[in-house]
Design a protein around this ligand. Sequence first.
Ligand code: ADP
Ligand code: MG
Length: 301
Amino acid sequence: MKSEDAAQAKGIHQSRKLPAPELAELWDSIVLDPAIKDQLLSQAVVNFTVRPKVARTVLPLHGAILLVGPPGTGKTSLARGLAQRTAESFKGSRFTLLEVDAHALGSSMMGKTQKAVSDLFSQSIAESAMAGGYTIVLLDEVETLAADRAKLSLEANPIDVHRATDAVLVQLDALAEQHANLLFVATSNFPQAVDSAFTSRCDLVLEIPLPNKAACEQILASCLEGLAATFAPIRRLPASEGFSKVVSELVGLDGRTIRKVVANALTVRKQVALRPEELTMSDLLEAARAAKAARSVRRSS
Ligand SMILES: Nc1ncnc2c1ncn2[C@@H]1O[C@H](COP(=O)(O)OP(=O)(O)O)[C@@H](O)[C@H]1O
Ligand SMILES: [Mg+2]
């Protein structure tokens, strides 16, 4: 078995050395209040400057950060970007980013014993931590892993699942306590579904909001700017009439949907699909209105 397959078998979706070139743009690509970004980065840095040197009895630092917010608000991108920025803050140190496949791990809980699950979860993480350097573990969509036991019906979920979730939580805490060179960064679209035993262990629970009007404008502008790198005439759009009308239409949508609006605007007319440089504000307005309408349909259903 290749080492990659071996890692996957242990519930690790991906392992990479940091800084990684493919993660370089992520942090900056997410439009968010700089104060929130600073707080997030500082928390990750403190985890490695202070946590290894100060007892938990003095400062209750557990080595876990949780990002919560609606889907599409940039949590996964921020978590990866955070790992990158943290590694860059400790130049010359060895950093590894492990991504846990929470869905695979969640389903592997079915029919497994408590021990099998906790072993699965902890082995590869502990191995990385003990190899020296620093390890950041991304637990994406952690609610699938640490499902709130109180909300799970015993009938629908075999007792083993409850035990397994417990085992993962206990293991997580033990791992972070044993290895001060470890940081867990978790994300969740549904904070209500995350076990309070997990959230209470987090050093920072940060809410990532939907973009406000200024952020919507910035996301749209940067998206068009990116397109203009290839289709130069698009560069005129952010300064043209009707831009603010499109921005107003985008308020209430998440960042992923806003980028999708631009992609969809290219398909409003076949002529634009063929010649993207002919994109107009009215194509964008139409796509934005369609996205808004689709959102209200989803909400009311
Ligand atoms: N605030 C934002 N600013 C810029 N782009 C954003 C923002 N939020 C989301 N996106 C874009 O949406 C896409 C999905 O982001 P992702 O990190 O997967 O969100 P989440 O994990 O919250 O669902 C990415 O391409 C990202 O660039
Ligand atoms: Mg995500």
